[in-house]
Design a binder for this molecule. Structure first.
Ligand code: ZN
Length: 446
């Protein structure tokens, strides 16, 4: 909606109205009786080992049965009628891409919601889910929000990469209001140094009680406070972060400058694992959300292999996420919840580019979306106003039109005055430890 011309050309009060109505529709679709029933069910698991055990057994059995009975890939892969999870093959993104619809259940009904994974390497994968899946996801998110002290009606600030203010707009305000959710929504794309104090003041003036933010956005504000040796003057219950990795140092800085605890959430669109941090700062694997196996890959790291419980349309079993965690020596947390504790999630590299006003742009995941034939991308910036997009492509699909879309998407995020060009390459360069960086910025920011 935010890239729609009508929205972009509307005056601010109309934009507030449009986004409020959109939010209300989403809220009605996602919430309601089913979500509140599941929420109260899963809240019973938190402190009760036996309730947790039986809930998890039921979910896992349901997933494995659904897969072997109704999903072509698993019907063919599984010779044994006995469904022990260890009998299932470990699968990767490439398996899903190669097998396409063979991962979809043949007994689905109702609306299908498609979404693309973001992926740190800019190689999106389309995952499909049904509305039940969307509602169930929301119940787990709602439980974590309650850990963070959220009560219905609380005033929230939202800084999560929605382009609620067009990039071409250079004058504030860079925020809008979602009336039915009691929410101020702030743009993650206008956070140039001169604007940051305005963001802080807007949240304070609104009476914000909880902030939901991308780590890169809230860290930018925490660093602004830190540089000026200020503290957030409002009274916050908590800050909830997700969708990007958050380092321990950044978490501490945010907590210090905003005067509250950060509740961090790790999840992925494949929905095969979720990890939430609690009021004691421990990261808990939410074992009633999915089945997680941690495979030792050396150097103290373990890869997350996950099986989703909440998507009967596309049940993924033993899916390699490529994300790593470090185990904890602790077997229990002072919060008393029965979920396993891990030490930390290995950070994905926090890459960024500099936009046309010198603002740091961290949110690059959306750029490859909607471009056909793109296998991998990496953005390289050697000069302030110029971006090279290195792209590994399928030459049969990636034509001139797709190239134009890729360039347009890049300008959409970084500014129309940027010079953007595409170079087709055989492969993307990797870092020393084998990771692919999303972006390499060789311009020193002021
Ligand atoms: Zn805890």
């Amino acid at each position: 909606m935010y890239t729609n011309r009508i929205y972009q050309k509307s005056p601010v009060p109309i934009q507030n109205g449009l986004l409020s109505c959109r939010a209300l529709i989403r809220k009605i679709l996602r919430e309601g009786k089913n979500q509140s029933t599941l929420l109260s069910d899963i809240q019973k698991n938190e402190f009760d080992v036996s309730a947790m055990g039986s809930f998890v057994d039921t979910q896992l059995t349901h997933t494995l049965t659904q897969a072997t009975k109704h999903v072509p890939f698993y019907k063919h892969a599984m010779v044994s009628p006995v469904h022990k999870i260890a009998d299932f093959p470990i699968i990767s993104k490439a398996d899903i891409r190669e097998n396409g619809d063979n991962f979809l259940a043949d007994n689905h009904r109702g609306v299908i919601v498609s979404g693309a994974t973001s992926g740190t390497t800019g190689t999106p994968l389309v995952i499909k889910q049904n509305m039940t899946s969307v509602v169930r996801e929301q119940a787990f998110v709602a439980r974590h929000l309650e850990w963070a002290g959220f009560k219905s009606g609380d005033k929230r600030a939202w800084i999560r990469g929605d382009m609620i203010v067009p990039l071409s707009q250079k004058e504030g305000p860079f925020w809008r209001y979602s009336w039915f959710e009691n929410m101020i929504m702030l743009s993650s794309f206008h956070m140039s140094p001169n604007n940051l104090q305005g963001y802080i003041d807007a949240m304070v003036n609104y009476g914000t009680q909880i902030i939901q933010a991308y780590p890169s956005s809230i860290v930018t504000l925490a660093k602004h406070l830190d540089i000026h040796d200020q503290y957030y003057s409002g009274n916050l219950k908590s800050i909830v972060t997700s969708s990007e990795s958050l380092s321990q140092e950044d978490k501490q800085l945010i907590e210090k400058r905003f005067g509250c605890i950060v509740f961090d959430w790790y999840g992925l669109f494949e929905r095969v694992a979720a990890i939430g941090s609690c009021e004691h700062g421990r990261y808990h694997i939410l074992s009633d959300y999915s089945h997680v196996e941690l495979i030792d890959i050396g150097d103290g790291r373990h890869e997350i292999i996950g099986t989703n419980f909440n998507n009967s349309l596309q049940p993924l079993i033993r899916y390699r996420t490529g994300d790593h965690v470090y185990l904890s020596n602790e077997t229990a947390c002072p919060c008393g919840r029965v979920f396993p504790v891990i030490d930390r999630i290995e950070g994905r590299i926090g890459d960024y580019l500099l936009g046309e006003d010198g603002q740091k742009v961290h949110i690059l995941n959306h750029i490859p979306k909607g471009v056909t034939g793109l296998i991998a991308t990496q953005f390289i910036q050697n000069e302030p106003k110029s971006i090279e997009v290195q792209a590994v492509v399928n030459r049969d699909l990636f034509d001139e039109q797709q190239e134009h879309i890729l360039i347009a998407n890049t300008k959409e995020r970084l500014g129309q005055s940027m010079d953007v060009f595409v170079t087709i390459v055989e492969q993307i360069q990797k870092t020393k430890n084998g990771k692919t960086r999303q972006a390499i910025c060789r311009v020193k920011d002021a």
